[in-house]
Design a protein around this ligand. Structure first.
Ligand code: ADP
Length: 434
């Protein structure tokens, strides 16, 4: 027990005994005992009043003078208060430092509450997003940034995993990339970066590839047409040049495939809207592709198996999805030796809808997997060319899946085989129409 409590107990005993003795002397024991209780209670009430008054009304930092246990109580409260003040000062200076560093940032930073209401923002948010300090604090960000892509992004399940590009509401020439980062207790940090320059460079690259591909298309068609005529002519000249004509025909076909794939990629990149609402009957597409796969497999006699959920449809673009599934099935046939097994699956689980094509082919070493969707990236360039590959198939697959909110997953073991998965989020599953 601390000294203060010992002192306090002594104080109470002395008071009671003192007044008890007086009571005995005057023959009024109970009256004086009652008076001693009243005095003791009064003293505590008085100190309690002083404590409460100090907390609520007094502007003094120092606590009032007190003796005994109340002196200790005042002192402990005083220390607690000191600690709190120190912490507050530290937090305030940290907050000031944070605010001045974020204010100096060229990127817009907006602190959003649980309902996406604006709590705080820096100067760049005024320049890039047009937020006004006096009017917009407390407003919902979705009321101020009314771009449909932004609304779709901010209300999506995991916005932190992606970003959205929008035109600045202040200046139509500015392109902004917006990221939403969730943090403590349902709060969000919205970051907007000016990517106009980058966007322009990307646009120039895209236009260049699209224009070159477009310009090459006509001469290739003309050359291809003449070669075909010469092959068909079967005259003396054609006989003499048969091998050369065959190679020329093969190469023009290959170049045409590359040009077509490049044009398709450019189109996929430039089309921004991706809010598909039409149900795509994937089972029907896969049944068609399954039949085509047998033709493509030809004399290599692959063992092809189809396991599909016929009632599972997703919202999407039919032709884009068909070309994606077709690319993956064609690859499985290309890179699987004779009589290998290929399994095509279409199913759903708690995460969403999945397309999977497994093969027992050559497999892909782990170091190639991260780069496989890059344009023209091939594990074995010669092998891919011999098989008629353009090196653009998986890049197309990745773009189509991005536009459908899905992603490509690859499991592969060298010499054992690969499985390519297309994972679609659960909100893309939609009721099939007939
Ligand atoms: P390509 O037209 O060359 O097939 P893709 O973009 O479709 O181009 O594929 C890129 C590379 O990935 C291929 O060149 C090949 O090396 C590898 N690849 C794709 N699918 C498979 C598969 N099922 N098995 C083994 N390797 C594969």
């Amino acid at each position: 027990m601390s000294d203060h409590w010992v002192q306090e107990i002594w104080r109470m005993i002395t008071l009671t005994i003192g007044l008890l003795l007086i009571g005995l002397m005057v023959g009024q024991v109970f009256l004086f005992l009652f008076i001693s209780c009243l005095i003791y209670l009064g003293w505590h009430l008085y100190n309690l009043y002083r404590l409460e008054h100090w907390f609520r009304k007094s502007k003094k930092f120092q606590p009032p003078e007190a003796h005994g246990i109340w002196g200790e109580v005042f002192y402990q409260f005083y220390r607690l208060q000191q600690r709190n003040r120190k912490r507050k000062r530290k937090l305030t200076s940290m907050l000031k430092r944070f605010q001045s560093s974020t204010a100096a940032m060229p990127d817009a930073t907006v602190v959003l509450g649980a309902r996406f209401e604006i709590e705080w923002f820096n100067k760049a948010a005024t320049q890039l997003l047009g937020l006004q300090f006096s009017v917009d604090t407390g407003q919902l960000i979705t009321n101020l940034l009314r771009h449909p892509d932004f609304f779709h992004y901010i209300t999506s399940k995991h916005p932190e995993k992606s970003a959205v590009k929008i035109i600045s509401p202040v200046n139509a020439n500015l392109i902004l990339k917006i990221n939403l980062v969730p943090y403590a207790n349902n709060r969000h940090l919205l970051l907007a970066r000016d990517i106009t320059q980058l966007h322009r460079l990307e646009q120039i690259r895209r236009d260049f590839v699209a224009n070159v591909s477009h310009e090459l298309r006509t001469p290739l068609t003309v050359v291809g047409g003449f070669i075909e005529n010469m092959v068909d002519a079967e005259d003396e000249c054609s006989q003499q040049w048969q091998r050369a004509l065959f190679l020329m025909q093969q190469q023009t076909t290959r170049m045409r495939s590359i040009v077509d794939d490049l044009l398709l990629l450019s189109r996929l990149e430039s089309e921004t809207t991706s809010n598909f609402s039409e149900p795509v009957n994937v089972a029907k597409i896969l049944t068609e592709l399954y039949e085509e796969a047998f033709i493509l497999s030809g004399e290599r006699h692959h063992n092809i198996d189809l396991q599909i959920d016929k009632k599972l449809c997703i919202a999407g673009h039919r032709d884009e999805l068909r070309s994606t599934f077709s690319n993956l099935i064609v690859n499985a046939i290309r890179y699987t030796p004779e009589q290998g097994k290929i399994t095509i699956r279409w199913y759903s689980d708690s995460e969403g809808a999945h397309f999977a094509v497994s093969d027992t082919g050559e497999g892909i070493a782990a170091e190639h997997l991260p780069r496989l969707t890059e344009r023209f990236y091939r594990v074995d360039v010669g092998r891919s060319r011999d098989q008629g590959g353009t090196g653009l198939g998986l890049a197309i697959v990745k773009h189509v899946l991005n536009r459908h909110g899905g992603h490509l997953r690859i499991d592969s073991i060298v010499d054992q085989g690969s499985t390519f998965y297309c994972d679609f989020p659960i909100d893309k599953i939609i009721e099939c129409t007939r």
